[in-house]
Design a protein around this ligand. Structure first.
Ligand SMILES: [Mn+2]
Length: 334
């Protein structure tokens, strides 16, 4: 904690001297990325800073209830080049690798800009930016932003509370995953006092699926495979089925949540075929196996409980088998 507080002071000094600040999150921004960017943007706005939030894609409609939805722009190279040129601080939230910033990845090499990374994903080394607020023990990146705002005694309003709430409720799977600590519930209680409509937030994030999504869910459970007497469950969604449903991309979490509803399930994997024949992989566990370690063996990464990777088209079928074998062996070494 002491280490990150020293970094908080370093960040505060940098932000106080900044003229123009740009904040962004990773590709396919999830609730935590959106919440962290949203809370920090609003904090800096309250501090009278020239601050801009850029996302790589439009905000997922499930987060459409957020006040933040009115305060960000979708990054467009032609439109935002001048802004990036004139920014003296660039902050990346909820990721620790430049490539996951997609079209904004080049910010890491730009001259004259101080880069800041705020994240809770475990990774080797200090971090990718000039200033790194990386704490792998934090429940969510939004939690680090919240601690920062408190550290500098920033004013908290409804928009900040809503953003931080979205970060922590989504990264804990609506307060169900192993990272749901007493501290998280206490924070949720504090935040909900800022006139947050908690049931409505739940409905918007978790009960807003399309019919196609529900059919994908049915497909994934119907064709799921069980290994290790049901301790490991996995499924594969073929491209042709997605095309049949006219779905291009979808949120894997609801499907993973259903796959792990079975009694005794410790690990789940979902493989999704991509347009180019590659396969996107999402892995979840209850702590064993370490999904971050497994994903890394296949070129990906994440957390112990939640990780992912993408398998290249030419080796995907073979890699799926290897990955299933690795997880099976970790659960039942013999
Ligand atoms: Mn996160």
């Amino acid at each position: 904690m002491a280490a990150i507080e020293a970094r908080f002071d370093e960040l505060r000094a940098t932000l106080e001297g900044a003229q123009r600040i740009v904040i962004s999150g990773h590709e396919k921004a999830d609730g935590d990325a959106v919440g962290a960017v949203g809370a920090l943007r609003r904090h800096l706005e309250i501090e009278d800073k020239d601050v801009h939030a850029l996302l790589l894609e439009p905000l997922n409609t499930r987060y459409g209830f957020m006040e933040f939805g009115r305060h960000y722009e979708v990054y467009d190279e032609a439109r935002h080049e001048a802004l990036l040129q004139s920014a003296d601080v660039f902050i990346m939230c909820d990721l620790s690798s430049w490539p996951r910033l997609g079209a904004l990845a080049g910010m890491g090499e730009r001259e004259g800009v101080t880069t800041v990374c705020i994240d809770h994903h475990p990774h080797e080394g200090d971090g990718p930016a000039d200033i790194n607020l990386v704490d792998a023990t934090a429940t969510a990146t939004g939690r680090i932003v919240w601690d920062y705002i408190n550290h500098v005694q920033g004013k908290v309003d409804r928009e900040i509370a809503e953003s931080v709430f979205v970060s922590i409720c989504t990264d804990t799977g609506w307060f169900r995953y192993a990272n749901t600590t007493a501290a998280v519930l206490e924070l949720a209680s504090i935040l909900s006092r800022y006139q947050l409509d908690v049931p409505e937030i739940y409905r918007s994030i978790y009960q807003s699926h399309s019919t196609a999504m529900l059919r994908l869910l049915g497909h994934a459970t119907r064709f799921m495979r069980e290994e290790c007497r049901g301790a490991f469950v996995w499924s594969l969604i073929r491209r042709e089925f997605m095309e049949e449903l006219d779905v291009d991309r979808f949120d894997v979490d609801p499907i993973l949540d259903v796959l792990r509803m079975g009694d005794g399930v410790q690990a789940v994997a979902l493989f999704t075929e991509q347009v180019d024949g590659g396969v996107s992989v999402s892995l979840r566990s209850r702590g064993v196996p370490d999904m971050n370690a497994i994903a890394r063996q296949f070129g990906g990464g994440g957390h112990v409980f939640s990780a992912g990777t993408t398998l290249p088209a030419n080796t995907a079928e073979h890699d799926i088998k290897s990955l299933v074998t690795v997880i099976r062996r970790t659960l039942r070494p013999d």
